[in-house]
Design a protein around this ligand. Structure first.
Ligand code: ATP
Ligand code: MG
Length: 630
């Protein structure tokens, strides 16, 4: 068996040989003539001349050989619906949806915006675009009309697919009025709006001539056969906007062939999934994880995929594990924020069910702090793997690659560069850092298959945003701060905008958060740098405690604050000690579960919190304001 190091080296030194082997994992209608065309850096084209189709690879090819195997398992604990679709059934539903699209005039290259809750029809809607070569742009259901309007104007869809409402925590969350508002605000007007009526909002408004009903159209196309449209490998498959944690979201454009190959190979090598097995990703189709590891990745790999509408704690904190037991889930994918939520509940929920089918749990999206990593791995007694990546890359950049070698898992690190990524850590002048020296994580281009090929409609923004950090060399910048240890393990220290400069010492927010998190009373924490006349900046911490009785009196609060500070002193040194530790009951996060540090920092410095369109719970900011003024 080759070592992972060897495997990675080959992917960088002999990319053509390496990737043409990986390309055998998918079906091609017409074989490619060239593995990579990198004649116009930093733009890379993968599998030039090849023709394929994402929907064919995700559905049809399995429906041919294993028609009755599970493909899509839809579970809603919100509406108490559970429905399993075989590959053959999934193909039929996708063909019906594709026929509806065609009847509404959607053609290859047209954009279809999908603004939907986590229901099976959203999966059909996505795959139907791929089937006919239309470009989908999924917008997280629950974004308000302002966010939706900017995305409508950027993607200019001919059709929008939506639904009357989502459900969360037992309550219907109406979508349609938000969509109508967004269309009113937007300059671009879609020709048609296809409505999947769940019967959750009886009073939703229907616009004559524009809005059409999915169920009525579907009944006309029950026997529809819509052959796949073969597309060029480099034809765009979708547009997806980044989470908007740091400001205006960027419209990531993805190709077709490179993406299919990257996903197929990641299912095999990183996720160790096999045809016939089951993949459960707890993300949402509105995020990149949902695109790659709810819809396309597992299905391309011939696995069944679970689409779950609900929260991790309803009806109780055992629901995910109940699903794992019932459907014999083999691979699970979630976010550190979910692990921290579970940590606040009784660990007995993790032990109530038979989890023997589960091989790995992957966590991505935010730093997985060492204490949480150790805790969840100990409770579940299986490898928990930290995955580092971005909307831009579409699949992991840093991970252990256990399909190739069982390397040691270290807590708090996403480990090694994934094959295909020539990851290096750079100083601000563009030179490379030594081991254990902090710097900016970058990738020497060409970016591997699967990564963004450009910013939608804006090649210049692609180059300026991602490749212009240094004059020399040409490097893709992640805008994350990182360090590599002597054994080659990478640690993400925070975003480059979040570095705290205390009297000339540059500290990553993540480092301090990690230290605070190490206190047994703390469930979650955000650390931001606040202007300080003396030291330049001073770290300030906002911590959520596991048990509110620990902060029941001012004396207890003061004592806990001291203990937390002491903990930071002991782990990082007094230089990193937060000037204040505030205790609150929830942190402001984006809808995808990422900390909104820039808003917290703005409040702590007495500024306006800025653009809040992506915030999950605005009351969390009120708490911070209250804590600061107390
Ligand atoms: P925007 O780019 O619009 O500001 P965003 O960066 O939050 O939003 P995403 O692409 O969803 O949008 O998130 C990628 C970022 O999430 C990474 O750049 C990194 O900062 C963080 N991240 C993801 N996974 C990890 C991980 N395993 N460890 C540490 N940080 C992570
Ligand atoms: Mg980003």
């Amino acid at each position: 068996m080759t070592s992972y190091k060897e495997f990675h080296r080959r992917s960088i030194e002999q990319p053509d040989a390496f990737w043409s082997e990986q390309a055998q994992l998918i079906d091609w209608h017409k074989p490619f003539d060239q593995v990579c065309d990198y004649s116009r850096p930093p733009f890379a084209k993968w599998f030039v001349g090849g023709q394929t189709n994402l929907c064919y690879n995700a559905v049809d090819r399995h429906a041919k050989t294993r028609p009755n195997d599970n493909a899509l398992i839809f579970i809603s604990t919100e509406t108490d619906v559970e429905k399993v679709y075989s590959f053959a059934e999934l193909q039929r539903e996708v063909e019906r949806m594709a026929a509806i699209y065609q009847s509404l005039g959607v053609k290859k290259g047209d954009r279809v915006l999908i603004y939907m809750p986590m229901i099976a029809e959203a999966c059909f809607a996505i795959l139907a675009c791929a089937r006919i070569g239309a470009i989908h742009s999924v917008v997280f259901g629950g974004f308000a009309s302002g966010s939706l309007a900017t995305r409508i104007d950027d993607a200019k869809p001919v059709l929008i697919v939506s639904s009357d409402a989502g459900m969360r925590g037992g309550k219907a969350v109406p979508y349609k009025h938000l969509l109508d508002d967004a269309i009113n605000q937007a300059e671009h007007k879609p020709g048609k709006v296809l409505m999947v009526d769940r019967g959750l909002d009886k009073a939703f408004n229907k616009v004559e001539g524009r809005d059409v009903d999915y169920a009525a159209l579907r009944s006309q196309f029950m026997d529809a056969q819509v052959p796949v449209t073969w597309v060029e490998s480099s034809d765009p498959s979708y547009i997806l906007y980044t989470s908007g944690t740091t400001g205006k979201p960027k419209g990531v454009q993805r190709d077709t062939g490179g993406y299919a190959v990257a996903l197929a190979s990641s299912i095999k090598h990183i996720y160790c999934g096999k045809p016939g097995e089951t993949f459960f990703s707890t993300s949402d189709i509105g995020w990149v994880v949902g695109h790659s590891y709810i819809i396309y990745g597992p299905l391309i790999g011939g696995m069944a995929t679970i689409m779950y509408e609900g929260t991790p704690i309803r009806p109780d904190a055992g629901i995910w594990w109940q699903i794992v037991e019932k459907y014999k889930v083999n691979v699970m994918f979630s976010a550190p924020t979910a692990a921290r939520v579970l940590k606040k509940h009784d660990p007995a929920f993790l032990h109530k069910y038979d989890l023997s089918s589960l091989k790995h749990l992957f966590l991505a999206g935010e730093p997985l702090d060492q204490p949480t990593h150790e805790w969840i791995m100990g409770e579940l007694k299986l490898p928990v793997i930290d995955n580092y990546w971005q909307t831009e890359t579409g699949w992991p950049m840093l991970s252990t690659v256990r399909g190739v070698e069982d390397t040691k898992i270290k807590y708090g690190t996403p480990s090694f560069p994934v094959y295909g990524y020539d990851v290096r850590i750079f100083r601000e002048d563009g030179s490379e850092c030594d081991a254990n020296e902090k710097g900016i994580l970058g990738v020497v281009p060409p970016l591997p298959p699967g990564c963004l090929t450009t910013v939608w409609g804006d090649d210049e923004r692609f180059v300026n945003t991602y490749f212009s950090l240094f004059k020399e060399p040409l490097v893709y910048s992640s805008y994350d701060w990182a360090i590599k240890d002597d054994e080659g393990y990478h640690f993400i220290l925070g975003r480059t905008d979040d570095v705290i400069n205390v009297a000339g010492h540059r500290l990553g927010t993540r480092e301090i958060e990690e230290a605070v998190q190490g206190h047994p009373a703390v469930a979650e924490v955000a650390v931001v740098g606040v202007n300080d006349a003396l030291k330049g900046q001073l770290p300030v911490a906002f911590a959520v405690v596991k048990d509110a009785s620990k902060i029941a009196t001012p004396e207890l609060v003061a004592a806990l604050e001291k203990e937390v500070m002491k903990r930071v002193d002991e782990t990082l040194g007094a230089i990193a000690r937060p000037g204040r530790v505030y205790f609150i009951s929830g942190l402001p996060k984006t809808r995808s579960g990422k900390l909104l540090r820039r808003s917290i920092q703005a409040l702590a410095e007495g500024r306006d919190p800025g653009d809040l369109t992506t915030i999950e719970d605005p009351t969390a900011l009120e708490q911070i304001k209250a804590a600061l003024s107390a």
